[in-house]
Design a protein around this ligand. Structure first.
Ligand code: C2O
Ligand code: CU
Length: 484
């Protein structure tokens, strides 16, 4: 089978031609971006923040002047941002006002199994469930999303995803942009019909042509000539992205999925597969007021060409409150990491030691053409089967194989509960900024990676799965059980 024929087969009922833009879709960069509101706690105690969220179908303005039916947390598309602090607990009562089951997973978090949002552990319609998040892990850019088995792909696509930003004292001592200069960008694709309603077709990797950032189509965002911290999230179901800035400016990547990097890296391009995050600084201090800088997606996935223009930054007039830091600007231009973010100089984060592994395992991800099923080691998810029993306190090496090289299908393996280290990819060491701390590892068609995972917090059953969420929603999922 060639990649092209597999693609044709997978898209049997669909047209392979790109859908033309509807006449009422706004031109790129004509709609202002919005930022999801930060959710206010219903109450606070000395050690916990309590939230209440209704999960419900509501209507939102995504395309100018049109109300689109979406699924929302607390009425927001995407969901409101939850801010948390290491050492303080977050308690969220999720009230399911949908007609379908819900389950809320906090992606990237170290949480007890009872609060993990396990796919079978659902909130029935009109029921409430309280999730307890200990926030016993370093600062990180996490997110929460639906995980009700077989429904999660559609429910995430329709809007059930939001940012969860965890902070700690180490992060707070670093001179990072804060407040309005710390901006989450939840990036995804979607398809709208002629009435401006979302079109849901399972596994439609060829025809979700509209890029949304924080729920707005290819928006523009007015920035000051300042340093910005951007939290890039790929919250698309199945679309890999590769981002660059069209003026050639560099990203200083300071964090990955589960927290700050041991060594920040200056990068021209950032590749994010579904559910991956990159915490980056972008320097608009030396950008002339009035300039526009576009964030582009230069991925080579089958339909990426339609999704090149993501969003635009418009640099507004000089902000007199912020003086130009010439050293920092020079540091960016000569390709050196500015000293306050350089390891051994100003950077307080170090890589933890790598404990020796006591167990090795191998997981092969592949699409079974005959069964038309996405499988791990030839099997689909079975809640009654444990695929890996791991000892609390142990470290394991998992070899993860994407066996769909010939079909040209990419995958992304995600493990609940842990942050792991990617050791190597196709025999080559993984670059540091892509290695740790990770909860999802990209698998290009044909890739083999090794990851080192330490299980040292909770016992219980947790899923691992492809985070091309349409694949997982079918079957490409397993579970590990941590035992004492
Ligand atoms: Cu973000 Cu089980 O996933
Ligand atoms: Cu997959």
């Amino acid at each position: 089978l060639t990649a092209a024929s597999a693609m044709l087969m997978l898209s049997s009922s669909r047209s392979i031609r790109a859908t033309p833009q509807h006449p009422w879709l706004p031109p790129p960069y004509s709609v202002p971006m919005t930022i999801p509101p930060v959710l206010a706690p219903a109450r606070r105690t000395s050690d916990s923040d309590f939230y209440e969220i209704e999960i419900a179908e509501t209507s939102q303005e995504i395309l100018p002047g049109i109300q689109t039916k979406v699924l929302t947390y607390a009425g927001c598309f995407p969901g409101p941002t939850i801010q948390a602090e290491q050492g303080r607990k977050t308690v969220v009562a999720q009230i399911n006002k949908m007609y379908t089951d819900a389950a809320v997973h906090l992606h990237g978090a170290n949480v007890p199994a009872s609060s993990d949002g396990y796919p079978m552990d659902v909130i029935k319609p009109n029921k409430t469930r309280v999730y307890n998040y200990p926030n016993a892990q370093p600062a990180g850019t996490l997110w929460y999303h639906d995980h009700a088995h077989h429904l999660e792909a559609e429910q995430v696509y329709r809007g059930l995803a939001g940012a969860y930003l965890l902070s700690d004292s180490v992060e707070q001592q670093i001179p990072l942009p804060r407040g309005e200069f710390d901006v989450p960008l939840l990036i995804r694709d979607a398809k709208f019909d002629h009435n401006g309603q979302l079109v849901w077709v399972f596994d439609d990797f060829l025809d979700r042509p509209t890029m949304l950032v924080n729920g707005r189509p290819q928006p523009y965002f007015t920035v000051k000539p300042s340093l910005y911290r951007l939290r890039l999230f790929n919250v698309s179901n199945i679309e890999p992205f590769r981002f660059r800035l069209d003026n050639g400016a560099l990203f200083l990547q300071i964090g990955s999925d589960g927290g700050l990097l041991p060594s920040p890296a200056l990068l021209q391009e950032i590749e994010l597969f579904p559910s991956e995050r990159a915490d980056v600084l972008v320097d608009f201090r030396s950008t002339a007021p009035g300039t526009s800088v576009a964030l582009e997606n230069i991925a080579t996935s089958p339909a990426a060409a339609q999704k090149r223009q993501v969003m635009q930054f418009r640099v507004a007039g000089v902000d007199s409150a912020r003086r130009l830091d010439l050293d920092a600007v020079r540091g960016w231009q000569d390709g050196r990491v500015p000293q306050e973010y350089a390891p051994a100089e100003g950077w307080p984060v170090a890589a933890p030691p790598l404990p020796p592994a006591t167990q090795q395992r191998r997981f092969v991800l592949h699409f079974d053409v005959k069964q038309e099923k996405f499988l791990i080691n030839g099997r689909e998810f079975d809640a009654n089967r444990v695929d890996a029993t791991v000892k609390l306190g142990s470290t394991e090496i998992w070899e993860i194989v994407n066996a769909d090289g010939a079909l040209g299908i990419a995958h992304a393996m995600h493990l609940h509960l842990v942050q792991f280290r990617v050791l190597d990819r196709n025999g080559k060491p993984e670059p540091a900024h892509d290695a740790y701390p990770k909860d999802t590892v990209r698998l290009h068609p044909g890739d083999t990676v090794h990851i080192s995972v330490t299980f040292n917090s909770f016992v219980g059953r947790y899923p691992f799965h492809c985070h091309f969420i349409d694949h997982a929603s079918h079957s490409m999922m397993g579970q590990f059980e941590v035992v004492p």
